[in-house]
Design a protein around this ligand. Structure first.
Ligand SMILES: CC(=O)SCCNC(=O)CCNC(=O)[C@H](O)C(C)(C)COP(=O)(O)OP(=O)(O)OC[C@H]1O[C@@H](n2cnc3c(N)ncnc32)[C@H](O)[C@@H]1OP(=O)(O)O
Ligand SMILES: N[C@@H](CCO)C(=O)O
Length: 361
């Protein structure tokens, strides 16, 4: 089924956390499953950095990014729940972002798109649900960047949901993770085609974006998974200045493939929104913000996550405990590291089921 679109903030403007505003915001979304007569089976899915509004589809060529986790009888059970997922503000998969036309100029925003935050993304999601007359959610679930959105939902609208599930995401990006994002952003902004983000009429900063994705991939996986997949195997007709080892060939392939589905300006926007995420924004401190949470909150850490490190998840756990919220904290170990929330269904399924108030493991 094709995705759906709604234009929001037509009569008013969305005031952004960091200043500035946006109007006529188009949101791309998709729904799955059936709404029950009581309208109490709705789950909002918040996607990660490069995700989109379609976690669940299979057209024979492409699959949704949570295809392994959703479906009849799966942990995200389409026979039981009604799911809604939208592309984030600032993205490039149908929702307003830097590629969109600025109504004031008639040209793409490009580098003029105002910096958005997780708080702004969540406000747009809430506006979408208001427009769809959804007044309560059974749950909000997300991994990585999506986990930050799920957390912010619980803070901003504490009476709006019963359960929140945050997979592989801490309450703050670490200095190291911000450092990775910085190097990735620098690869893009230093690309000779970047042109301060106004490249849509010319050549795209492809090399910069591909390089960013390559580095990103290394943080999403683990030493063990890369060793098992590639070890030190050499590519046939390898090039010492380029792809010599298979792992290099894999990364180059992933970088190039990424160009088909992502925009460099959105990458800059969304990685910065990750760095900037702070649950304390709008409150006296993080504790005051977290104390607002009423939903049962599940946090799942991957012990060998290279991006959201265990030590940071543990710090988040402590802060959530201090706030006195109803918390379920779990750890799993997966060769896939950070990307485990996209791949390792068998590890995550029981945690998700329990996080949704279903039977214990
Ligand atoms: C929640 C979110 O929003 S996530 C955002 C959504 N994004 C995505 O779904 C894209 C991100 N995808 C991913 O991160 C991964 O695809 C995962 C984690 C979902 C699955 O990972 P894996 O099953 O290990 O496959 P991965 O995508 O890493 O690699 C396979 C590809 O690499 C290629 N490849 C493997 N080895 C090599 C090599 N040595 N040289 C070149 N290419 C190689 C394969 O041919 C395959 O190509 P294809 O994608 O065209 O079929
Ligand atoms: N593979 C994920 C990692 C970030 O969570 C993505 O591309 O969005």
């Amino acid at each position: 089924m094709p995705t759906q679109q709604l234009t929001l903030f037509t009569d008013s403007e969305l005031s952004l956390t960091l200043g500035g505003s946006l109007k006529n915001i188009t949101v791309c979304y998709q729904t799955y499953g059936k709404l029950n007569p009581e309208k109490n089976n709705i789950i909002l899915i918040c996607h990660a950095l490069t995700g989109d509004a379609e976690p669940y589809f299979d057209d024979g060529e492409h699959k949704g990014w949570w295809q392994n986790f959703m479906g009849p009888g799966m942990a995200l059970d389409t026979d039981k729940y009604f799911f809604i997922c939208s592309n984030v503000l600032g993205g490039c998969k149908g929702t307003t972002g830097p590629m969109s036309i600025n109504p004031d100029t008639g040209l793409p925003y490009g580098g003029d798109f105002p910096q958005i935050t997780v708080q702004d993304i969540v406000k747009v999601q809430k506006s979408l649900l208001d427009q769809l007359k959804i007044t309560h959610l059974y749950a909000v679930i997300g991994g990585s960047f999506g986990g930050m959105q799920a957390t912010q939902w619980a803070i901003s609208y504490p009476d709006f949901m019963d359960y929140v599930i945050n997979l592989c995401s801490s309450l703050y990006m670490s200095a190291e993770a911000i450092g990775f994002n910085h190097v990735m952003r620098q690869a893009i902004v230093q690309d000779p085609n970047f042109n301060q983000g106004h490249y849509y009429q010319g050549h795209y900063p492809e090399q910069g974006l591909a390089t960013a994705r390559m580095l990103g991939m290394l943080t999403y996986r683990t030493h063990i998974q890369l060793t098992k997949a590639f070890g030190r195997a050499i590519k046939q007709e390898g090039n010492l200045l380029g792809d010599y080892f298979q792992v290099e060939s894999y990364l180059s392939y992933q970088g190039k493939k990424f160009l088909e589905r992502f925009d460099a300006n959105s990458y800059l926007q969304l990685t910065r929104a990750l760095d900037l995420y702070d649950p304390a924004i709008g409150y006296a401190n993080a504790l005051e913000a977290l104390t607002r949470i009423k939903a049962k909150y599940t946090l799942v850490a991957v012990t060998n996550d290279q991006l959201f490190k265990l030590v940071d998840l543990e710090k988040s756990k402590q802060l959530l405990e201090k706030a006195g919220i109803n918390l379920q904290y779990d750890e799993i170990t997966s060769d896939f590291g950070h990307d485990a929330f996209l791949v390792d269904y068998e590890f995550f399924a029981p945690k998700i089921r329990r996080g949704l108030g279903e039977m214990a493991e």
